[in-house]
Design a protein around this ligand. Structure first.
Ligand code: SF4
Ligand code: SF4
Length: 338
């Protein structure tokens, strides 16, 4: 049963309440004719007309580029100054269940072995308000990877749209309950009684069997399977699939500046780039695009599930929508299920 109700016309009140409390309100907005997550200052900027924003909200937990330290070299030697982190409280509004589920994967990798506080400090200050899916497209496949349009994993608050366009609101976590109480003036105790709008439930892709994929990837001989080169021949290595993917997390550390002073930066990287595994010697163990693609697929369906017991792919379909050559990961999943 819902805890509260949100009238669509009261979104502005919610945004004001969040921002007056000093937090950032991030929601889907139209930018260059596409819905993207961005920091919002008023309800008129928010769009409801989206399946998933083009970018992932990981941008707000794991920025594309950030300074992690500064260095200078003087007469007293080398001085390294770590960057103090004081992340802003953030509300991500309008997330989808598939994307919220990706938080478990990101958390696993950023706390594996050592804790990357640049990620965890931000996630700890983020409240995720998810809206269950009432629309979708042919690229959505959450049900094939064991999720659904109303999965609650990773969400603090779940909204379900009613037939009259308002929302029933359920707190999922303690943080979600705190959010409802802190912004109670924006919510109603009871709704109009209108029925819930039907959910968009993607059909499970026939012929895809995740356990069969895992089993096949666990066998070493699949590395030499010629099927990889055939399936991924058209990939141009642009990396767009990794940048929009909510679970992709690879980064590089580089120093920018002079020999005497500068910044150490953490920048997104992508396993689809040919320089990703290029050694200083010139040797590249993934010296062909199909090997790079095979690695990404392995990451999703072997490394993540085996190492972290979490999903490497949440079935959001972003990589399919954005790929300039329409390389469809579900086609590879079908082939790997055979
Ligand atoms: S691999 Fe593709 S479908 Fe899977 S989570 Fe990443 S972007 Fe979404
Ligand atoms: S978006 Fe498409 S072309 Fe670009 S790296 Fe990914 S699979 Fe290859």
């Amino acid at each position: 049963m819902a805890d509260k109700f949100l009238k669509r016309e009261n979104l502005g009140r919610l945004i004001d309440s969040v921002r007056n409390g000093g937090a950032r309100f991030v929601a889907p907005a139209i930018d260059a004719r596409q819905a993207v997550y961005r920091a919002i200052s008023g309800a008129d900027e928010v769009t409801w007309d989206y399946i998933l924003p083009r970018n992932s909200f990981k941008d707000y937990l794991f920025p594309q580029t950030e300074v992690v330290a500064e260095y200078s070299i003087g007469e007293g030697g080398v001085e390294i100054r770590g960057r103090e982190l004081s992340p802003k409280d953030t509300v991500v509004f309008g997330s989808r269940p598939c994307e919220a589920a990706s938080l478990a994967s990101l958390r696993s990798v950023f706390t594996w072995d050592s804790v990357d506080e640049f990620y965890t400090a931000r996630e700890d200050k983020t409240t995720v308000v998810t809206v269950a899916c009432t629309n979708g497209d042919e690229a959505c496949f959450c049900t094939t990877v064991g999720l659904s349009p109303e999965s609650v994993a990773g969400s603090d608050v779940m909204l379900r749209e009613t037939a009259d366009g308002d929302f029933s609101v359920t707190a999922i976590t303690g943080r979600g309950r705190g959010f409802l109480s802190a912004h109670s003036a924006a919510f109603e105790d009871s709704g109009s009684g209108s029925a819930q709008k039907p959910l968009f439930v993607p059909e499970k892709i026939e012929g895809v069997d995740i356990s069969r994929i895992k089993e096949r990837l666990a066998r070493k001989e699949h590395y030499d399977d010629p099927v990889w080169a055939g399936l991924t021949r058209k990939c141009i290595g642009c990396g767009a699939c990794t940048f929009v993917c909510p679970t992709c997390h690879c980064f590089d550390i580089i120093d920018e500046g002079t020999a005497f002073e500068g910044e150490r930066r953490k920048n997104w990287d992508a396993c689809q780039f040919d320089s990703f595994t290029l050694h200083a010697s010139g040797h590249n163990p993934r010296d062909a695009q199909f090997k790079r693609w095979r690695n990404r697929f392995m990451c999703k369906f072997n490394f993540y599930p085996n190492k972290f017991n979490s999903r490497g792919c949440v079935g959001c379909g972003r990589c399919i929508r954005v790929c300039p050559v329409r390389l469809d990961i579900t086609e590879v999943m079908e082939e790997m299920s055979r």
